[in-house]
Design a protein around this ligand. Sequence first.
Ligand code: NAI
Length: 300
Amino acid sequence: MVASDLIEIENVVIIGTGLMGTGIAQVAIEKGFAVTIVGRSQDKLTQSQSKIRNGLNRIAKKRFPDDAATAEEFVEGLLDNLSLVKTIAEAPIEDAQLIIEAIVENLKVKQKLLADLEPRLANNAILCSNTSSFLLEDVSDKFNSPERFAGLHFFNPVPAMKLCEVVKGGATSDVVYDSLLAFVRKLGKTPVKCGDTPGFIVNRLLIPYLLEAIHMNERGDASKEDIDTAMKLGTGHPMGPFELLDYIGLDTMKFVVDGWHQRYPDDPRFAPSETLDALVAEGKLGRKSGEGFLSHAPRG
Ligand code: NAI
């Protein structure tokens, strides 16, 4: 394929004002794309915009350390590429070459969104999901043009994380896929190619590893602290598995494990953990709640 065959992406619509939608929007406006974020309330849009402004301010300060006026001009110039709308109906879907859904990880909600968007897509438009645990096949169950659908799986925090998994669905066309690889490179990220399998590359390797660390501790083979120390000093990982579990959030971990276990009940790699379930039931969700596998209480 020659480069001219690729779909030229200029206008991007991002649906979702959470961690991921906001992060993807920041990176895209930084690289000159015209971005519209679709939120559900003015509050969420305002929060998202101010996070983006803060992120850009940090970049501007590094780039123009002695010139506050130029730094401000730089940020305002980039923010000109950002529009905020409260409803899908108001979003310029018809004018976008790329629409990225980054809404709540709920299959039915994602399926409905795709079905609602479909009649408004331009002929050359690409639709992507940022899902981290569902198969694209399931997300696009009610979507009738799967050749223009793919996965763009960014990592949190998006401005800092260099990777994006570009997921090819069973029907994704080559031109759509190659256009997405080019888009990700333009964002300054490194794309990796992967197929539509549970967890793609990173989570497919990471989730069974984290679960095995929990099971190892449940069996009494080693303490959480020793498992963390072993993986940090023995493999050079910046965090041990229990630190990482608490960073990710135990509710998120449980959600992914339960979903995969339900889909593949006989696969021991996705076997649920009683300890994980109990911690979530007690509201011990990791860093965000102050306690998970480890305690994160502020030191007094
Ligand atoms: P978040 O909870 O920060 O944001 C979710 C967004 O979805 C919010 O804007 C919320 O208003 C919106 N939303 C909630 N219910 C909705 C509904 N019924 N209809 C439309 N919008 C709704 O979540 P986050 O972390 O930004 O995740 C978004 C997507 O990105 C999910 O699919 C998640 O699996 C995926 N993802 C998350 C990563 C992470 O580390 N947090 C990493 C990679 C992917």
